[in-house]
Design a protein around this ligand. Structure first.
Ligand code: ADP
Ligand code: ZN
Length: 737
């Protein structure tokens, strides 16, 4: 494995004690260090090294940098210590290099993604629990009695858990420790429980059977392969890919299930537990720091068998990853847009190919990229064409707003209002979808026509009536809702234009005061926990009508939801974005697919000004292939992904002329190559963000071009960026703003 040099040779040959270390900072290079005689290091060891004036944790690499100038051994600084954590596996080293090369990001920055749990690198603090041991306390209270009842099984519990179970404050437990009735004992570090592959296997029906076999075979092959699990909403994709998970577990390999962050709700974890007997190991922003640290170690030790996580879990130090499931694979939130700019679904496929793993891409509306790969035979294709059990797909109707306009000052057309009434009368739930947070996207002065803008971005301020603020959705700037127009000073001349979800909620309250409503929007729901609570309420029938943004479109299963209304089906169409039609189709399909997933018959209504658009027609007729054929042909003709390759160069600076001049210099210095087009620079649609002026250059190439090599050569010939000038490379861009 390590042919270049030996690490552990304790001979007097000091050259043999030289190792290369990569440090998680904005640098591509590795640095050589000396291994002191009393330390053992291997490729992948986490080590503490002197770095400039600081000490940093880095990783011992298994290759020397080619062509790097070699510091004389005598001058090397020694490694300070090796850390007592699992090694970073060789596959992870290769993966870091691969992602760095592909995304044109310094290797240190990608390495940093593998170290996303600072607490994993600190010694674990011992944790204490309490157990019943001594005599009853002299003074007895109701609270104390409840604690003693719970503790009577003599199990060890954390203090907080015991207090919660007995419904007392933690002080009551502390009191009993003081009295000697409870004793403190150290809790051994908790190992994740092992999921049981055969805990509760369901019976499969119809085309589920063939899909299960296909996925089992893919895992059994024990090599790299990709299967597109393409099934209509409610067809049982999760149940089906759980069988692939079971198979990988039986083979003793680890599994990663990637979900869009927002779908990481209690529902999924509960379903996993029903199927495998224990909850999975979770990895996302809602996991507390200490638990993150424990989970990171458990993955590296191979103890964590199944990880359910968001994007960054792809960089965990898996020892033997046999299967990666990417659920909702089409979801554009898999594209990370800052620091290391990468498409998680695509990198999951790379990770699998490096480690002989199978990949399952699951979706009801797979991306055009995945469809093309399935049609060409590069991916296997498993299809589920029917909903499970009696559930039928909803019927979808387009409401042409040119014909059925809402009344003045209202946003819901009479047809939709009628449908909501009927649904409620039948004791069923409805959902109104609008992908716009806040109350109104624009505030305007009736007297002078002034529009309220963000002072640092080229964007309107969005009114959030609930928080009584006008907010910029790009930089977070906000002001209280003003009483006077800031331009002409008129009082009460400001009017809200257009709807956001809060305004729809207001209309619903006026029309249907008797309905119990829930407003779901990322700015109103804080964290995974708040989301879980709200979802439980909805499933439990405590809500009649849900009003929500994007976050309700994904993955949720509400058995009693019968009617879905899309307030504005045209949002997202008509932007200068090659994936706009695809995304609109996916969102409309997903959100209307929430209706009628169990015993109730589902109906979907889409309000639109463009009923004749191919994306809209396919939604209504349910003829997905018609849309795919149209969209694939369009992309092929324009050499858009996946038929051609794209990269964006985004140049920004605090001064508009500086940004523009540099953008022109960049464009002018591009190497000439057959089959590569350099378009721009153009002012970005979002021309100013946080006070920075932005220009974009789009690079378009045919598939056979090594786009990264082209851009690398280009950047190498540019003058160094000075001052606050910034140039960001976005390979395979998803955002064109
Ligand atoms: P999808 O992910 O395709 O939208 P789900 O996996 O969520 O579909 O399945 C929809 C519902 O049908 C869920 O409640 C699921 O538990 C149930 N279901 C699907 N297949 C089966 C099966 N074979 N046996 C029992 N329940 C099933
Ligand atoms: Zn702003």
């Amino acid at each position: 494995m390590n042919s270049l040099f030996t690490y552990t040779d304790a001979s007097t040959d000091t050259e043999a004690r030289r190792v290369s270390v990569v440090v998680p900072v904005l640098l591509d290079a590795s640095y050589d260090y000396l291994v002191p005689d009393d330390l053992d290091v291997e490729p992948g060891s986490f080590v503490l090294v002197p770095f400039g004036s600081q000490q940093r944790i880095g990783v011992v690499w298994d290759r020397l940098d080619e062509g790097a100038s070699k510091v004389d051994v005598a001058k090397l600084k020694p490694i300070i210590a090796t850390l007592d954590v699992p090694l970073l596996p060789t596959i992870s080293l290769r993966f870091v290099e691969w992602v760095a090369r592909y995304t044109l990001t310094p290797r240190g920055m990608v390495l940093r993604l593998t170290m996303g749990a600072p607490q994993a690198f600190e010694p674990e603090k011992p944790r204490f629990g309490v157990r019943l041991a001594g005599p009853e306390p002299a003074r007895m209270t109701d609270g104390r009695r409840r604690v003693l009842e719970v503790a009577s099984d003599e199990l060890i519990r954390a203090k907080g858990a015991l207090a919660a179970e007995a419904a007392v404050g933690i002080g009551v437990v502390d009191g009993l420790v003081k009295a000697g009735t409870l004793v403190q004992v150290e809790i051994a570090a908790r190992k994740p429980l092992r999921p049981q592959p055969d805990f509760a296997q369901p019976d499969f029906q119809g085309d589920q059977v063939a899909a299960v076999h296909a996925l089992q075979a893919a895992v059994d092959a024990a090599n790299y392969n990709v299967t597109l699990l393409d099934g209509v909403t409610g067809s049982g994709k999760t149940e089906v890919y759980f069988e692939a998970v079971a198979r990988a577990l039986e083979a003793g390999r680890q599994v990663l299930i990637l979900l869009p962050e927002i779908a990481l709700t209690g529902q999924f974890v509960a379903r996993f537990e029903e199927r495998f007997g224990v909850p999975p190991v979770e990895w996302h922003s809602g996991v507390a720091a200490a638990e993150r640290g424990r989970n990171w170690r458990a993955v590296g030790e191979g103890e964590a068998r199944v990880v359910v996580g968001a994007r960054s879990s792809l960089f965990l130090p898996f020892r033997d990853l046999g299967l990666i499931v990417v659920d909702e694979e089409h979801d554009s939130s898999f594209k990370q847009e800052d620091r290391v700019i990468y498409q998680c679904r695509d990198m999951a496929i790379v990770r699998a190919s490096l480690g002989e793993a199978a990949v399952v891409l699951a979706s009801a509306t797979p991306s055009i990229e995945s469809h093309v790969n399935a049609r060409s035979g590069r991916y296997r294709h498993a299809r589920l064409t029917e909903r499970y059990s009696e559930a039928e797909l909803p019927t979808i109707e387009a409401i042409d707003l040119k014909v059925n306009a809402p009344e003045r000052g209202s946003w819901l057309s009479p047809i939709l209002v009628e449908a909501l009434k009927e649904t409620h009368a039948a004791g069923q739930q409805s959902l109104l979808f609008l992908n716009r947070r806040g109350y109104a996207p624009l505030t305007l002065c009736r007297s002078c026509g002034h529009r309220l803008n963000c002072p640092q971005c080229s964007a309107w301020l969005v009114e959030h009536r609930f928080r009584e603020r006008l907010t910029c959705h790009h930089c977070g700037f906000f002001i209280p809702v003003p009483e006077h127009c800031p331009k002409c000073g008129d009082r009460q001349s400001l009017v809200a234009c257009g709807p956001g979800v809060e305004r729809i909620a207001e209309e619903v309250k006026e029309r249907f005061p008797e309905l119990r409503t829930a407003l779901m929007s990322s700015d109103l729901i804080t964290g995974v926990r708040g989301m879980r609570e709200l979802l439980a309420k909805i499933s439990g029938g405590e809500v009649d009508l849900i009003i929500g943004t994007q976050i309700v479109a994904k993955g949720h299963h509400f058995p009693n939801l019968a009617t879905v209304g899309v307030v504005d089906g045209d949002l997202g169409l008509g932007m200068a974005d090659p994936r706009a039609a695809e995304r609109t189709f996916q969102v409309l399909h997903q959100v209307t697919g929430r209706a009628g997933r169990a015993h109730v018959k589902g109906r979907g209504f889409v309000q639109t000004h463009l009923p004749e658009h191919p994306a809209m027609e396919s939604i209504v007729t349910g003829d997905r292939d018609a849309f795919l054929d149209y969209e694939i042909a369009t992309r092929q003709a324009a050499l858009m992904p996946p038929f051609g390759r794209l990269a964006a160069l985004v140049i920004s600076a605090k001064s508009q002329p500086a940004a523009e001049v540099f953008a022109r210099t960049v464009a002018r210095s591009s190497p000439r190559a057959r089959a590569v087009e350099v378009l721009g620079p153009a002012e970005a649609p979002l021309a100013v963000v946080r006070g920075r002026y932005r220009y974009r250059i789009l690079v378009k190439a045919t598939r056979d071009i090594d786009l990264q090599a082209f851009i690398r050569a280009w950047l190498a010939g540019l003058p160094k960026t000075k001052g606050d000038l910034r140039l960001v490379v976005d390979i395979d861009p998803y955002s064109f703003l």
